[in-house]
Design a protein around this ligand. Structure first.
Ligand code: UDP
Length: 323
């Protein structure tokens, strides 16, 4: 199938592009390289440097790709930053996304697969979280993704464009070639590994007074290769749907740190800090719906495998992508 991938030079997008190509699909990547990296784009894909802020630019690229489906990864995705600068999140994740949807409509593409997030749920009333759980995001990032989910539903009702929405829990891990390189790194696992590489003196633990067994936040870390697998399975789904993607297992910040200490053999000093604004205490997925409908099961569910794969990539790419 011909697939148009926005954000295909970013972390999750780049791995999905690699897996799409391995599965025999034809891929056009559309990315403005504000967060993404040119070397993160698999050379087997076509690449268009373009920005979703321009309807004409995205429409031209989408028409030229002759895509039958769109995967939309392009977004700003930092909870902390979104609390400092909501405008950036609503513009890029919502307003610019509408340019993509209008291009999809005008080009007659009938299917869009969208990267959403467990941040749309806010602080859960129960875990594991199922897709019908109430959505009360705690931060502008989560709200921007929830708004786009709702917009997608109207584009189906009015224009007949089918969607598959994936609510990722905590994407982590790498392939041999493609990994996680943010220009400003705020995510837990890469920050831990940067300390192990000697690039930072210590890792910060944001909040030790949460209502969890060790006081630190619990997250469901899911391998990026497993996320890619779900997207590829969704290409053949006929009906619109929403799916959580996680392993159904939670690890606290301290647990992730201790596992990383064992894997890297580095002491990884940690400093306790106050809570980070916008963080939910415990996010764990129920992904039974994805298993039922898509036959999806994580192939690399153990957090040890996730951290090991990330550690390999970071050791091989100590400077990240070099452009
Ligand atoms: N975290 C931390 N130190 C860091 C980065 C993150 O203690 O250097 C915590 C963060 O507060 C959250 C968890 O680790 O509780 C996962 O954060 P991350 O930014 O990786 O993902 P998020 O859950 O925000 O999408």
């Amino acid at each position: 199938m011909k697939v148009f991938v926005t954000g295909g030079a970013g972390y999750v997008g780049s791995v999905c592009v690699e897996e799409l190509l391995n599965a025999g699909h034809e891929v056009t990547v559309f990315d403005n390289l504000s967060e993404g990296h040119r070397p993160a784009v698999d050379p087997r894909a076509s690449f268009v440097r373009g920005d979703l802020v321009s309807f004409e630019e995205v429409k031209k690229a989408l028409a030229a790709s002759r895509a039958e489906a769109v995967m939309h990864y392009a977004a700003n995705a930092l909870v902390g930053e979104s609390v400092q600068n909501p405008s950036k999140y609503f513009r890029n994740n919502v307003a610019n996304g509408i340019n993509l949807l209008d291009a999809v409509r005008e080009c007659g593409v009938k299917k869009i697969i969208f990267s959403s997030t467990c941040s749309t749920y806010g602080n859960p009333e129960r875990v594991p979280i199922t897709e019908d759980h109430s959505q009360r995001p705690l931060n502008p990032y989560g709200l921007s993704k929830m708004m786009f989910e709702q917009i997608l539903k109207w584009y189906e009702t009015v224009h007949g464009i089918k969607h598959v929405i994936f609510r990722y829990f905590n994407a982590a891990g790498c392939t041999a070639k493609y990994g996680e390189h943010h220009r400003i790194e705020t995510h837990l696992i890469p920050n831990i590994l940067m300390v192990a590489l000697g690039k930072k003196p210590h890792v910060e633990i944001f909040g030790t007074d949460y209502d969890t067994p060790d006081g630190t936040c619990i997250r469901d870390y899911i391998h990026v290769v497993d996320l890619a697998d779900a997207h590829i399975r969704a290409l053949v789904r006929k009906e619109s749907a929403v799916y959580n993607l996680g392993n159904g297992a939670g690890h606290s910040v301290r647990q992730a740190l201790n596992i990383s200490r064992k894997i890297t053999g580095h002491e990884i000093p940690a400093v306790e800090r106050p809570r980070r604004s916008g963080d939910a205490s415990r996010l764990i997925a129920s992904s039974h719906r994805a298993t039922r409908d898509l036959g999806w099961m994580p192939k690399l569910p153990r957090i040890e495998s996730i951290v090991e794969s990330a550690w390999r990539w970071h050791r091989d790419h100590p400077e990240g992508y070099v452009e």
